[in-house]
Design a binder for this molecule. Sequence first.
Ligand code: AQP
Length: 369
Amino acid sequence: MDTMALVSVAAAVSRSRSQLFPRLLLFRKRIVSGVQPTGAIHLGNYLGAIKTWIELQNSYDTLFFIVDLHAITLPYDTQQLSKATRNTAAIYLACGVDTSKASVFVQSHVRADVELMWLLSSATPIGWLNRMIQFKEKSRKAGDENVGVALLTYPVLMASDILLYQSDLVPVGEDQKQHLELTRELAERVNYLYGGRKWKKLGGRGGAIFKVPEPLIPPAGARVMSLTDGLSKMSKSAPSDQSRINLLDPKDVIANKIKRCKTDSFSGMEFDSPERPECNNLLSIYQLISGKTKEEVAQECQDMNWGTFKTLLTDALVDHLHPIQVRHEEIISDPAYLDGVLGEGATKAAAIADATLSNVYQAMGFLYR
Ligand code: AQP
């Protein structure tokens, strides 16, 4: 075969691939996930969510958003919200979220989300919301004056986030399982109340309005605990910054936090001892950051004292986070690039969202606009 023929065969293969690829994407299961811009993104957000997305984006149709509407359910700083939103988006990208595979956008940039939430609210029995453990816990901590209605209705917005994009799977940690169960019940209820033949009689396509999403349980060990208390989750809202490693913490801050973190008086290092939650937590962090197996880490660290292990962990953290920090700095100093990514992501997400929303309006009997 001559060169020209080879070139045209290659071009034909490439054309048919590009024609096939969008269709293949259609058959991929869809995953939606996000982080609230409520503070500095920490190691728990990274190991429990963002790092797992990097794998997921290769096999699923993925939408990763910055859930800014959720960030206002408790008192917040208006001067910080947009900055934290940009920063969170830049962190997604710096950690390896690839915009050729995943859509990255800001929750509030897709207006259909809050609109759907209102429609869903009318189908949500208030008793379902009163049952939510996170509402009970957060409202008790915040005190009556600081508890807005949004804290109670937050799970309806979360349901809207998921159902709007017809998600197949939702990665959920232990604390979000109850909210996903509510989302599933709500999808089934709306499908029953307004879908099927009733919708068809209104001129719609009939059948289910929403996909009922399934939970995607993260791998064991992805729950990162506080550095000052191995029994509490590492969290953005914990008052002490010493309790967490933030993704953008400089080297000396990381070293200082690890140096001062809570330890115990046992000798050697071991996983899974009920009497040693801090030891288990720090070994698990080391395992996740180093990419080694649990057995490899157990063997490597079993005879170490706390001092030696802390040096090892600090070095591993600094080495792992340094490239992310460099990339974050590049992205955050290029606002046009970041705006472009978020604009494109919102456009793609809105196309899916608008289709779902107009189906819901139609099925609920609204006058067609
Ligand atoms: N400690 C953690 N270990 C593992 N995963 C965690 N996630 C959060 N903390 C840990 C996961 O991060 C994702 C986004 O969380 P979020 O921002 O929506 O809120 P959150 O779960 O409430 O996280 P924080 O940091 O504790 O925030 P505040 O203090 O504002 O409530 C989720 O996938 C979550 O599982």
